[in-house]
Design a binder for this molecule. Structure first.
Ligand code: AMP
Ligand code: MG
Length: 326
């Protein structure tokens, strides 16, 4: 099968929607990362997603709908706090865990009674889902365990020959995945940190907690070994020391750092991720991908202050580093 990268014009959006309707897969941009879509109510199409991604069946898929009123087509018993979050953050990088409706097949929920739902804040994604006229599963468009794609070319690198179409929407704006929250319990639980931060959520529905075991649970992994630094005074010196030790042992090493810290590392190999924590979140996966492409053996990621988007970065980097904190 030849994989074609398409511009998201009207004709191509119709073509891709028709492909989805007929049970095919289409990769498309969302504001978090690129998604590998299939019609969520079509069990055979969903099965192809697991095949193509080599994803284990115990990992449920997030379902995307185009607008708020469509949430009721995939979920039941929507709690008041969920409604408040829908009003505040949807469309956006927030996924709600809700009781599933009957039309959602077991493969989507890994056999569970809940469905995870979101509305992507991306015109191409929304139009495609709208034209398809059905909910669409939206796992990241990469082979499982590999880094999530934030460009159409990343998708092509992983899935060339396995899917027919990739809609090219340029770079994903946020670059890390959606926050997942379960509002069916009290206080609501954040299962995964992401684009919408705990602070933002608490301003709308009050206290939430982080589900502990989700913080460092394994998900996808870059090929390089990743070390994640804690944030403290003297962090950059400690990172330099660790870098030099790794390099002494013949490991090709790089540091993921903010622009403002680059000077502290002298001649060492760097992947600069920008000026702010939002930039860091936006560029993290691309940096990890570059490290893999350049056959870097070890990556040391700078620590961040644990507030706002920093918390989401910590959540994600704990996972990626398998809790390898320095
Ligand atoms: P990914 O597609 O890699 O972003 O992973 C989606 C993640 O969403 C899964 O690994 C789960 O942690 C979570 N998720 C999706 N659907 C459900 C569900 N029905 N119940 C619990 N967690 C879910
Ligand atoms: Mg993923």
């Amino acid at each position: 099968m030849e994989t074609v990268i398409l511009q998201p014009n009207k004709e191509n959006l119709y073509k891709c929607a028709a492909h989805l309707k007929s049970g095919g897969l289409v990769a498309f941009p969302t504001e978090t990362v690129y998604a590998l879509g299939a019609v969520a109510t079509n069990a055979a199409a969903v099965e192809k997603v697991f095949d193509v991604k080599k994803r284990s069946h115990d990992k449920p898929l997030i379902v995307a709908v185009a607008k708020k009123s469509d949430i009721a087509t995939v979920a039941r018993n929507i709690p008041d706090k969920a409604r408040a979050l829908i009003d505040a953050f949807m469309p956006g990088a927030l996924t709600l865990l809700l009781d599933r409706a009957e039309n959602i097949p077991d493969a989507v929920t890994a056999g569970g009674d809940t469905v995870a739902v979101r509305i992507p804040d991306n015109e191409t994604a929304k139009t495609l889902i709208e034209l398809t006229g059905a909910p669409v599963v939206v796992p990241s468009a990469n082979i499982s365990e590999k880094t999530s794609p934030t460009l159409a070319s990343h998708v092509y690198d992983d899935l060339n020959g396995k899917i027919s179409y990739i809609l090219d929407g340029g770079a994903s704006e946020i670059g890390i995945e959606s926050t997942i929250i379960d509002t069916r319990c009290d206080p609501p639980e954040i299962l995964r940190g992401g684009g919408v931060t705990a602070d933002m959520i608490e301003r709308v529905i009050g206290k939430v907690k982080f589900k502990r075991e989700s913080v460092c649970g394994g998900n996808y992994m870059p090929l390089a070994e990743v070390f994640f630094s804690a944030y403290y005074d003297g962090m950059t010196q400690n990172i330099c020391a660790r870098y030099d030790e790794l390099a002494k042992h013949g490991r090709k090493t790089a540091v993921i750092c903010l622009d403002g810290n680059a000077a502290y590392y002298g001649e060492r190999k760097l992947y600069r991720v920008g000026k702010s924590y939002s930039d860091y979140a936006h560029n993290l996966f691309a940096a990890l991908r570059k490290a893999d492409a350049e056959h870097v053996d070890a990556v040391i990621a700078e620590g961040v202050v644990s507030e706002g988007i920093g918390l989401s970065l910590i959540n994600r980097l704990c996972k990626i580093s398998r809790g390898n904190i320095i």
